[in-house]
Design a protein around this ligand. Structure first.
Ligand code: ADP
Ligand SMILES: Cc1cn([C@H]2C[C@H](O)[C@@H](COP(=O)(O)O)O2)c(=O)[nH]c1=O
Length: 217
């Protein structure tokens, strides 16, 4: 039985790396895969990992129909054993339903990778549907860490190191270096406590450096 599997984790937890490794392992055993991604940081039609590996992919625009795409390929004589679907949080709910149909009706394994929640802590449309209908939802084992050392569970959007809570849901970007915050939109992974308090690494550092205001004897 083919499966629809959702590998989930915060930003920078190794999802794209795992997607590339999984594709490599299946290809090494003679299986034929088809790779999709959406809004990858490295550009359209690419699946890239921060470890430096990348591969061409089919760009998933809102109007891509997975069922039609896969059936078209099979009808043209291609062989497909599995799909690798990165940045699946950006897929529409209907597209995730199409992926389930591909697994069930065509016996093709579908491996999806993505973050669960956006910078406001709300589920992305694709992730919500995957949690609802995937055969398995797996959390990545390499945990990204908050600046305090706790497990990071939330993806914060930052500007100049300050967390923001308003804006477009989709803004492509990377986790920023806390020692060099950029004025552009960046991201930082935080534990829930520090996401709730909007306490980014830059803010914590500034707090630690500020002079005591209490009158000490
Ligand atoms: N210089 C490095 N050395 C070792 N591991 C690194 C390095 N840079 C990034 N990584 C690893 O790569 C992970 C990010 O991989 P990536 O697949 O791009 O993440 P995701 O797709 O989840 O955002 C980091 O969590 C870290 O474990
Ligand atoms: C939280 C959040 C993230 N994004 C974007 C930022 C990145 O381009 C991707 C996540 O990629 P990764 O491989 O998991 O690091 O998603 C966004 O558009 N909106 C958000 O709220």
């Amino acid at each position: 039985m083919a499966e629809l599997v959702f590998y989930s984790g915060t930003m920078d937890s190794g999802k794209s790396t795992l997607a590339l490794q999984l594709d490599h392992n299946h290809r090494a055993r003679g299986r034929v895969g088809r790779i999709y991604s959406s809004h990858d940081r490295a550009g359209a039609a690419t699946l890239s990992s921060r470890l430096g590996l990348s591969t061409p992919a089919i760009e998933v625009a809102e109007d891509l129909d997975f069922w039609a795409d896969v059936v078209g390929e099979l009808t043209g004589g291609a062989r497909i054993d599995y799909l690798v679907c990165d940045e699946a949080q950006f897929y529409t709910s209907a597209q995730v339903d199409q992926l389930a149909k591909v697994a069930d009706e065509l016996a093709i394994d579908v491996f999806c990778f993505g973050i669960l929640t956006d910078f406001r802590t709300h589920l992305f449309s694709g992730s919500q549907r995957l949690v609802e209908i995937a055969d398995r939802v797996l959390t990545l084992q390499v945990e990204a860490l908050c600046w305090c050392g706790a497990r990071a569970t939330h993806n914060a959007r930052t500007e100049d190191g300050e967390m923001v809570t308003e804006g477009e849901v989709i803004v492509v970007g990377d986790v920023e270096d806390p020692d060099r915050p950029t004025p552009q939109v960046g991201y930082e992974v935080l534990c829930r406590r520090h996401h709730r308090k909007r306490m980014t690494a830059a803010r914590a550092k500034a707090g630690a450096l500020s002079p005591d205001v209490l009158p000490f004897d």
